[in-house]
Design a protein around this ligand. Structure first.
Ligand code: FES
Ligand SMILES: [Fe+2]
Length: 453
Protein backbone atom coordinates (compact mmCIF):
# COMPACT_ATOMS: atom_id res chain seq x y z
CA UNK A 1 0.00 0.00 0.00
CA UNK A 2 1.27 3.47 -0.84
CA UNK A 3 2.30 5.52 2.13
CA UNK A 4 1.08 8.83 0.71
CA UNK A 5 -1.63 10.05 -1.59
CA UNK A 6 0.64 11.26 -4.34
CA UNK A 7 -2.23 12.47 -6.52
CA UNK A 8 -3.00 14.98 -3.76
CA UNK A 9 0.64 15.88 -3.16
CA UNK A 10 1.11 16.66 -6.85
CA UNK A 11 -2.11 17.60 -8.60
CA UNK A 12 -1.30 17.66 -12.33
CA UNK A 13 -4.70 18.89 -13.41
CA UNK A 14 -4.42 22.03 -11.33
CA UNK A 15 -0.58 22.25 -11.39
CA UNK A 16 -0.43 22.28 -7.57
CA UNK A 17 2.23 20.82 -5.28
CA UNK A 18 1.69 20.30 -1.56
CA UNK A 19 4.47 22.17 0.24
CA UNK A 20 5.10 19.28 2.64
CA UNK A 21 7.03 17.50 -0.12
CA UNK A 22 9.88 19.92 0.63
CA UNK A 23 9.89 19.25 4.36
CA UNK A 24 8.41 15.93 5.49
CA UNK A 25 11.16 13.47 6.54
CA UNK A 26 8.86 10.51 5.82
CA UNK A 27 8.41 11.66 2.21
CA UNK A 28 12.16 12.13 1.93
CA UNK A 29 12.75 8.57 3.15
CA UNK A 30 10.39 7.33 0.43
CA UNK A 31 12.32 9.39 -2.15
CA UNK A 32 15.56 7.63 -1.19
CA UNK A 33 13.85 4.28 -1.68
CA UNK A 34 11.59 4.91 -4.68
CA UNK A 35 13.74 7.37 -6.65
CA UNK A 36 17.40 7.28 -5.66
CA UNK A 37 17.48 3.51 -5.15
CA UNK A 38 15.81 2.77 -8.52
CA UNK A 39 16.69 5.50 -11.05
CA UNK A 40 19.87 5.75 -13.10
CA UNK A 41 22.05 8.36 -11.38
CA UNK A 42 24.92 10.33 -12.86
CA UNK A 43 28.35 9.32 -11.55
CA UNK A 44 30.77 11.34 -13.62
CA UNK A 45 32.41 11.43 -17.03
CA UNK A 46 34.87 8.92 -18.44
CA UNK A 47 37.39 11.70 -19.08
CA UNK A 48 37.78 11.95 -15.29
CA UNK A 49 39.15 8.39 -15.23
CA UNK A 50 41.58 8.03 -18.14
CA UNK A 51 44.12 5.65 -16.49
CA UNK A 52 43.89 2.37 -14.57
CA UNK A 53 43.71 3.22 -10.88
CA UNK A 54 42.02 6.59 -11.47
CA UNK A 55 39.08 7.09 -9.15
CA UNK A 56 36.50 9.65 -8.10
CA UNK A 57 34.09 9.74 -5.21
CA UNK A 58 30.49 10.78 -5.61
CA UNK A 59 27.03 10.10 -4.18
CA UNK A 60 24.04 8.11 -5.33
CA UNK A 61 21.29 9.59 -3.22
CA UNK A 62 23.02 9.70 0.17
CA UNK A 63 25.16 6.65 -0.58
CA UNK A 64 28.85 7.46 -0.76
CA UNK A 65 30.24 5.77 -3.87
CA UNK A 66 33.72 5.19 -5.32
CA UNK A 67 34.00 5.02 -9.11
CA UNK A 68 37.29 3.48 -10.19
CA UNK A 69 38.99 2.26 -13.34
CA UNK A 70 40.52 -1.13 -12.53
CA UNK A 71 43.83 -2.59 -13.68
CA UNK A 72 41.80 -4.30 -16.41
CA UNK A 73 40.64 -0.80 -17.54
CA UNK A 74 37.01 -1.59 -16.64
CA UNK A 75 35.17 1.14 -14.72
CA UNK A 76 33.29 -0.08 -11.65
CA UNK A 77 31.47 1.57 -8.78
CA UNK A 78 31.37 0.45 -5.15
CA UNK A 79 29.78 1.59 -1.92
CA UNK A 80 32.42 3.49 0.01
CA UNK A 81 32.02 1.35 3.12
CA UNK A 82 34.39 -1.21 4.59
CA UNK A 83 32.86 -4.68 4.78
CA UNK A 84 34.49 -5.13 8.20
CA UNK A 85 32.64 -2.51 10.22
CA UNK A 86 31.57 0.11 7.76
CA UNK A 87 34.19 2.85 7.89
CA UNK A 88 34.68 4.78 4.63
CA UNK A 89 37.60 3.15 2.84
CA UNK A 90 38.30 6.22 0.76
CA UNK A 91 38.43 9.75 2.15
CA UNK A 92 39.95 11.46 -0.92
CA UNK A 93 37.69 13.08 -3.52
CA UNK A 94 39.65 11.56 -6.38
CA UNK A 95 43.09 10.58 -7.60
CA UNK A 96 44.99 7.48 -8.65
CA UNK A 97 45.58 4.49 -6.40
CA UNK A 98 46.55 0.81 -6.35
CA UNK A 99 44.25 0.06 -3.44
CA UNK A 100 41.78 1.46 -0.92
CA UNK A 101 42.91 0.86 2.64
CA UNK A 102 40.52 1.34 5.51
CA UNK A 103 42.03 3.61 8.13
CA UNK A 104 40.22 1.90 11.05
CA UNK A 105 41.76 -1.62 11.14
CA UNK A 106 43.67 -1.67 7.87
CA UNK A 107 41.64 -3.94 5.57
CA UNK A 108 42.56 -3.15 2.01
CA UNK A 109 40.76 -3.61 -1.30
CA UNK A 110 42.16 -3.59 -4.82
CA UNK A 111 40.78 -1.44 -7.63
CA UNK A 112 38.52 -4.31 -8.69
CA UNK A 113 36.92 -4.23 -5.24
CA UNK A 114 38.39 -7.52 -3.94
CA UNK A 115 39.46 -7.77 -0.34
CA UNK A 116 43.22 -7.95 -0.81
CA UNK A 117 44.72 -7.58 2.64
CA UNK A 118 43.65 -8.15 6.25
CA UNK A 119 46.16 -7.31 9.00
CA UNK A 120 47.05 -10.34 11.18
CA UNK A 121 44.67 -12.48 9.13
CA UNK A 122 46.36 -15.82 9.90
CA UNK A 123 46.64 -15.11 13.60
CA UNK A 124 43.12 -13.92 14.27
CA UNK A 125 40.79 -15.55 11.72
CA UNK A 126 40.15 -19.17 10.83
CA UNK A 127 39.41 -19.46 7.10
CA UNK A 128 38.24 -15.93 6.51
CA UNK A 129 36.09 -15.99 3.36
CA UNK A 130 37.72 -13.09 1.60
CA UNK A 131 35.80 -13.71 -1.63
CA UNK A 132 32.53 -12.74 0.04
CA UNK A 133 34.00 -9.67 1.71
CA UNK A 134 34.87 -7.49 -1.27
CA UNK A 135 33.51 -3.96 -1.56
CA UNK A 136 29.79 -3.97 -2.34
CA UNK A 137 29.43 -3.17 -6.05
CA UNK A 138 26.82 -0.85 -7.51
CA UNK A 139 25.03 -3.55 -9.52
CA UNK A 140 24.50 -1.55 -12.72
CA UNK A 141 26.96 0.82 -14.34
CA UNK A 142 26.58 1.99 -17.93
CA UNK A 143 27.99 4.78 -20.03
CA UNK A 144 26.13 6.93 -22.50
CA UNK A 145 28.82 8.40 -24.76
CA UNK A 146 31.17 8.93 -21.84
CA UNK A 147 28.53 9.99 -19.31
CA UNK A 148 28.65 7.39 -16.55
CA UNK A 149 25.50 6.36 -14.71
CA UNK A 150 24.93 3.86 -11.93
CA UNK A 151 21.76 2.19 -10.72
CA UNK A 152 21.04 0.21 -7.56
CA UNK A 153 18.12 -1.65 -9.10
CA UNK A 154 18.97 -4.99 -10.72
CA UNK A 155 15.60 -4.92 -12.53
CA UNK A 156 15.74 -1.38 -13.88
CA UNK A 157 15.48 -0.84 -17.63
CA UNK A 158 18.74 -0.28 -19.49
CA UNK A 159 20.31 3.17 -19.30
CA UNK A 160 19.38 3.76 -22.94
CA UNK A 161 15.73 2.96 -22.25
CA UNK A 162 15.79 5.10 -19.12
CA UNK A 163 17.19 8.10 -20.99
CA UNK A 164 14.79 7.54 -23.89
CA UNK A 165 14.17 10.59 -26.04
CA UNK A 166 16.46 12.86 -24.05
CA UNK A 167 19.43 11.25 -25.86
CA UNK A 168 18.40 13.18 -28.98
CA UNK A 169 19.26 16.38 -27.06
CA UNK A 170 22.24 15.00 -25.14
CA UNK A 171 23.84 14.06 -28.47
CA UNK A 172 24.16 17.75 -29.30
CA UNK A 173 26.52 18.08 -26.34
CA UNK A 174 28.37 14.80 -26.83
CA UNK A 175 28.52 14.45 -30.63
CA UNK A 176 28.72 17.92 -32.19
CA UNK A 177 32.49 18.08 -31.96
CA UNK A 178 34.80 15.36 -33.26
CA UNK A 179 36.67 14.84 -29.99
CA UNK A 180 33.50 14.81 -27.89
CA UNK A 181 32.92 16.24 -24.46
CA UNK A 182 35.46 16.88 -21.73
CA UNK A 183 34.91 17.65 -18.08
CA UNK A 184 37.37 20.27 -16.86
CA UNK A 185 38.78 20.32 -13.34
CA UNK A 186 37.09 18.95 -10.25
CA UNK A 187 33.49 19.93 -9.51
CA UNK A 188 32.68 23.00 -7.45
CA UNK A 189 30.69 21.90 -4.40
CA UNK A 190 28.27 24.06 -2.48
CA UNK A 191 26.16 22.96 0.48
CA UNK A 192 22.80 24.68 0.73
CA UNK A 193 20.15 24.26 3.45
CA UNK A 194 17.23 23.50 1.15
CA UNK A 195 15.26 20.61 -0.31
CA UNK A 196 16.92 18.90 -3.31
CA UNK A 197 13.92 19.29 -5.66
CA UNK A 198 14.02 23.08 -5.55
CA UNK A 199 17.41 23.58 -7.25
CA UNK A 200 16.37 20.97 -9.81
CA UNK A 201 13.15 22.78 -10.75
CA UNK A 202 15.13 26.03 -10.86
CA UNK A 203 17.87 24.77 -13.19
CA UNK A 204 15.75 22.76 -15.62
CA UNK A 205 13.76 25.72 -16.78
CA UNK A 206 12.94 28.79 -14.75
CA UNK A 207 13.30 31.73 -17.11
CA UNK A 208 10.82 33.63 -14.94
CA UNK A 209 13.16 34.27 -12.03
CA UNK A 210 16.17 35.59 -13.95
CA UNK A 211 15.25 39.26 -14.14
CA UNK A 212 14.18 39.40 -10.48
CA UNK A 213 16.27 36.96 -8.51
CA UNK A 214 19.43 37.86 -10.39
CA UNK A 215 18.80 41.57 -10.94
CA UNK A 216 21.92 42.57 -8.98
CA UNK A 217 24.13 39.92 -10.55
CA UNK A 218 22.90 40.82 -14.01
CA UNK A 219 23.88 44.46 -13.62
CA UNK A 220 27.35 43.40 -12.43
CA UNK A 221 27.74 40.97 -15.32
CA UNK A 222 26.44 43.64 -17.69
CA UNK A 223 28.95 46.16 -16.34
CA UNK A 224 31.98 43.88 -16.55
CA UNK A 225 30.78 41.84 -19.47
CA UNK A 226 30.39 42.25 -23.16
CA UNK A 227 27.04 43.97 -23.33
CA UNK A 228 25.19 40.84 -24.37
CA UNK A 229 24.21 40.13 -20.77
CA UNK A 230 21.88 43.11 -20.94
CA UNK A 231 19.72 40.86 -23.01
CA UNK A 232 20.36 37.49 -21.50
CA UNK A 233 17.40 35.23 -22.18
CA UNK A 234 15.72 38.35 -23.48
CA UNK A 235 15.31 39.65 -19.94
CA UNK A 236 17.53 41.55 -17.55
CA UNK A 237 17.54 44.12 -14.78
CA UNK A 238 17.24 46.84 -17.40
CA UNK A 239 14.66 45.11 -19.50
CA UNK A 240 12.01 43.24 -17.61
CA UNK A 241 10.04 42.56 -20.75
CA UNK A 242 10.48 39.16 -22.21
CA UNK A 243 11.52 38.06 -25.64
CA UNK A 244 10.08 34.58 -25.86
CA UNK A 245 10.71 34.31 -29.58
CA UNK A 246 11.86 30.90 -30.70
CA UNK A 247 12.63 29.42 -27.30
CA UNK A 248 10.81 26.31 -26.16
CA UNK A 249 10.36 24.08 -23.14
CA UNK A 250 10.02 20.41 -23.99
CA UNK A 251 8.58 17.70 -21.79
CA UNK A 252 9.12 14.09 -22.78
CA UNK A 253 9.07 10.75 -21.10
CA UNK A 254 10.80 11.19 -17.77
CA UNK A 255 13.02 14.16 -18.68
CA UNK A 256 12.84 17.82 -19.82
CA UNK A 257 14.60 20.42 -21.98
CA UNK A 258 14.56 24.19 -22.19
CA UNK A 259 16.36 25.73 -25.16
CA UNK A 260 16.74 29.13 -26.82
CA UNK A 261 17.08 27.52 -30.29
CA UNK A 262 19.12 30.44 -31.65
CA UNK A 263 22.49 28.71 -31.87
CA UNK A 264 24.45 31.23 -29.79
CA UNK A 265 22.75 32.79 -26.81
CA UNK A 266 24.31 30.44 -24.28
CA UNK A 267 27.37 32.65 -24.26
CA UNK A 268 25.53 35.85 -23.43
CA UNK A 269 26.95 36.04 -19.92
CA UNK A 270 30.58 35.56 -20.85
CA UNK A 271 33.09 38.40 -20.37
CA UNK A 272 35.00 37.22 -23.42
CA UNK A 273 32.71 35.01 -25.45
CA UNK A 274 34.43 35.47 -28.82
CA UNK A 275 36.92 32.58 -28.64
CA UNK A 276 34.09 30.22 -27.64
CA UNK A 277 31.69 31.57 -30.26
CA UNK A 278 34.38 31.40 -32.95
CA UNK A 279 35.07 27.80 -32.05
CA UNK A 280 31.38 26.99 -32.28
CA UNK A 281 30.98 28.61 -35.68
CA UNK A 282 34.07 26.81 -36.94
CA UNK A 283 32.62 23.52 -35.79
CA UNK A 284 29.06 24.18 -36.91
CA UNK A 285 29.33 22.57 -40.38
CA UNK A 286 30.52 19.36 -38.73
CA UNK A 287 27.64 19.52 -36.22
CA UNK A 288 25.15 19.96 -39.06
CA UNK A 289 26.67 17.10 -40.98
CA UNK A 290 26.58 14.81 -37.98
CA UNK A 291 23.27 15.76 -36.39
CA UNK A 292 21.24 17.36 -39.20
CA UNK A 293 20.17 20.96 -39.71
CA UNK A 294 17.67 21.21 -36.86
CA UNK A 295 20.15 20.25 -34.18
CA UNK A 296 23.29 21.60 -35.89
CA UNK A 297 21.87 25.05 -36.57
CA UNK A 298 19.37 25.60 -33.80
CA UNK A 299 20.43 23.54 -30.81
CA UNK A 300 24.23 23.55 -31.11
CA UNK A 301 25.49 26.71 -29.34
CA UNK A 302 22.10 27.60 -27.83
CA UNK A 303 21.49 27.91 -24.15
CA UNK A 304 20.00 24.49 -23.54
CA UNK A 305 19.05 23.09 -20.13
CA UNK A 306 18.81 19.31 -20.32
CA UNK A 307 17.13 17.94 -17.21
CA UNK A 308 17.71 14.23 -16.61
CA UNK A 309 15.48 12.93 -13.84
CA UNK A 310 16.01 13.01 -10.94
CA UNK A 311 19.00 15.23 -10.23
CA UNK A 312 21.23 15.84 -13.28
CA UNK A 313 21.31 18.95 -15.43
CA UNK A 314 23.51 19.29 -18.50
CA UNK A 315 23.55 22.96 -19.40
CA UNK A 316 24.98 23.85 -22.78
CA UNK A 317 25.96 27.49 -23.18
CA UNK A 318 26.52 28.02 -19.48
CA UNK A 319 28.82 25.03 -19.99
CA UNK A 320 28.36 22.94 -16.93
CA UNK A 321 27.06 19.64 -15.74
CA UNK A 322 25.34 19.89 -12.43
CA UNK A 323 24.26 17.28 -9.99
CA UNK A 324 22.19 17.81 -6.88
CA UNK A 325 23.03 15.40 -4.05
CA UNK A 326 20.35 15.23 -1.34
CA UNK A 327 21.56 15.38 2.27
CA UNK A 328 18.36 14.94 4.22
CA UNK A 329 15.04 16.68 3.48
CA UNK A 330 16.44 20.15 4.23
CA UNK A 331 19.93 20.08 2.81
CA UNK A 332 21.68 19.33 -0.47
CA UNK A 333 25.04 19.68 -2.13
CA UNK A 334 25.25 21.06 -5.63
CA UNK A 335 28.22 19.86 -7.66
CA UNK A 336 29.07 21.84 -10.77
CA UNK A 337 31.48 20.46 -13.36
CA UNK A 338 32.78 22.72 -16.13
CA UNK A 339 32.35 21.11 -19.53
CA UNK A 340 33.84 21.90 -22.90
CA UNK A 341 34.68 20.27 -26.18
CA UNK A 342 37.82 18.20 -25.94
CA UNK A 343 39.23 19.80 -29.11
CA UNK A 344 38.95 23.38 -27.86
CA UNK A 345 42.26 25.23 -27.39
CA UNK A 346 43.44 25.22 -23.77
CA UNK A 347 42.91 28.96 -23.56
CA UNK A 348 39.25 28.60 -24.55
CA UNK A 349 38.79 25.84 -21.99
CA UNK A 350 40.25 28.24 -19.40
CA UNK A 351 37.70 30.91 -20.37
CA UNK A 352 34.90 28.39 -19.86
CA UNK A 353 36.22 27.27 -16.50
CA UNK A 354 36.56 30.87 -15.32
CA UNK A 355 33.05 31.62 -16.42
CA UNK A 356 31.62 28.63 -14.57
CA UNK A 357 33.44 29.74 -11.41
CA UNK A 358 32.30 33.33 -11.83
CA UNK A 359 28.63 32.39 -12.26
CA UNK A 360 27.92 29.04 -10.58
CA UNK A 361 30.94 28.29 -8.38
CA UNK A 362 30.48 28.47 -4.57
CA UNK A 363 31.05 32.24 -4.67
CA UNK A 364 29.44 32.59 -8.09
CA UNK A 365 27.26 35.61 -8.78
CA UNK A 366 24.25 33.50 -9.72
CA UNK A 367 24.65 30.47 -7.43
CA UNK A 368 24.31 32.54 -4.27
CA UNK A 369 21.06 34.14 -5.41
CA UNK A 370 19.38 30.85 -6.19
CA UNK A 371 20.63 29.30 -2.94
CA UNK A 372 18.90 31.99 -0.89
CA UNK A 373 15.56 31.30 -2.54
CA UNK A 374 15.60 27.55 -2.20
CA UNK A 375 16.58 27.93 1.47
CA UNK A 376 13.73 30.36 2.07
CA UNK A 377 11.16 28.16 0.31
CA UNK A 378 12.26 25.05 2.20
CA UNK A 379 12.20 26.70 5.60
CA UNK A 380 8.83 28.37 5.14
CA UNK A 381 7.45 24.81 4.99
CA UNK A 382 8.57 24.30 8.62
CA UNK A 383 5.35 26.00 9.66
CA UNK A 384 2.51 23.49 9.96
CA UNK A 385 -0.07 25.79 8.39
CA UNK A 386 2.29 26.98 5.67
CA UNK A 387 3.07 23.38 4.84
CA UNK A 388 -0.61 22.77 4.01
CA UNK A 389 -0.39 25.36 1.23
CA UNK A 390 0.11 24.41 -2.37
CA UNK A 391 2.62 25.79 -4.82
CA UNK A 392 1.24 26.76 -8.24
CA UNK A 393 3.02 25.99 -11.52
CA UNK A 394 0.24 26.83 -13.93
CA UNK A 395 2.07 29.20 -16.27
CA UNK A 396 1.68 28.40 -19.96
CA UNK A 397 -0.55 25.36 -19.34
CA UNK A 398 -2.17 24.22 -22.55
CA UNK A 399 0.06 26.35 -24.78
CA UNK A 400 1.80 24.18 -27.33
CA UNK A 401 3.99 24.81 -30.37
CA UNK A 402 4.80 22.50 -33.25
CA UNK A 403 8.26 21.01 -32.85
CA UNK A 404 10.11 18.48 -34.97
CA UNK A 405 12.21 17.07 -32.13
CA UNK A 406 11.08 14.49 -29.59
CA UNK A 407 8.75 15.54 -26.81
CA UNK A 408 5.91 17.97 -26.44
CA UNK A 409 6.97 21.61 -26.83
CA UNK A 410 5.57 24.70 -25.15
CA UNK A 411 6.49 28.20 -26.22
CA UNK A 412 8.92 30.56 -24.53
CA UNK A 413 11.55 30.63 -21.84
CA UNK A 414 9.10 31.96 -19.33
CA UNK A 415 6.87 28.97 -18.90
CA UNK A 416 6.48 26.29 -16.24
CA UNK A 417 6.15 23.30 -18.53
CA UNK A 418 9.49 21.78 -17.43
CA UNK A 419 8.64 22.12 -13.76
CA UNK A 420 5.25 20.50 -14.30
CA UNK A 421 7.00 17.72 -16.19
CA UNK A 422 9.44 17.26 -13.31
CA UNK A 423 6.76 16.98 -10.62
CA UNK A 424 4.61 14.68 -12.76
CA UNK A 425 7.67 12.48 -13.14
CA UNK A 426 8.36 12.69 -9.40
CA UNK A 427 4.86 11.43 -8.73
CA UNK A 428 5.21 8.62 -11.29
CA UNK A 429 8.48 7.49 -9.69
CA UNK A 430 7.10 7.64 -6.14
CA UNK A 431 4.03 5.61 -7.16
CA UNK A 432 5.77 3.09 -9.45
CA UNK A 433 5.48 -0.50 -8.26
CA UNK A 434 8.77 -1.45 -9.94
CA UNK A 435 11.74 0.22 -11.61
CA UNK A 436 10.18 -0.16 -15.06
CA UNK A 437 7.18 1.85 -14.00
CA UNK A 438 9.40 4.85 -13.32
CA UNK A 439 9.89 5.76 -16.96
CA UNK A 440 7.13 7.22 -19.05
CA UNK A 441 6.18 6.34 -22.59
CA UNK A 442 8.97 7.15 -25.05
CA UNK A 443 8.38 8.05 -28.64
CA UNK A 444 8.75 4.65 -30.30
CA UNK A 445 12.25 4.36 -31.75
CA UNK A 446 10.96 3.61 -35.25
CA UNK A 447 8.86 6.75 -35.24
CA UNK A 448 11.77 8.79 -33.94
CA UNK A 449 13.97 7.59 -36.77
CA UNK A 450 11.37 8.49 -39.37
CA UNK A 451 10.99 11.95 -37.93
CA UNK A 452 14.60 12.83 -37.26
CA UNK A 453 16.78 10.67 -39.44
S1 FES B 1 36.13 -0.91 9.63
FE1 FES B 1 37.48 -1.10 8.01
S2 FES B 1 39.06 -2.37 8.74
FE2 FES B 1 37.64 -2.27 10.36
FE1 LIG C 1 19.00 31.33 -11.08
Amino acid sequence: MKKFDYQTLVDSQKALQQRSIFWDPAIYEEELKQIFNRCWLFLGHETQLPQPGDFIRTYMGEDDVIVVRGKDKVIRAFLNACTHRGNKVCQAEGGNTRSFTCSYHGWSYNTEGDLAGVPLEKEIYDNLDRASLGLVPVPRLESYKGLLFGCFSEDAPSLLDYLGDITWYIDVVTDSAKGGLEVVGTPYRTEIPGNWKLPVENAIGDGYHVAWAHAGAMSVLGAIGNGRSDNVLGISANNTGVDQAGAIEVVMNTHTVLTTLDGQSGYALYDHPDPVLEHIEKNRPQAIEKLGALRGKQLYGSETHIGVFPNLQIIQGLNFIRIIHPKGPGKFEVWTYGMCEREMPEETKGIIQNHVRQTFGPAGLLEGDDGDFVESITHSAAGYATRQMKGFLGMGMGRKVPWDGPGEASPGLVNEACQRGFYDQWRRAMEAADAHGIIGEATPVALREVRHG
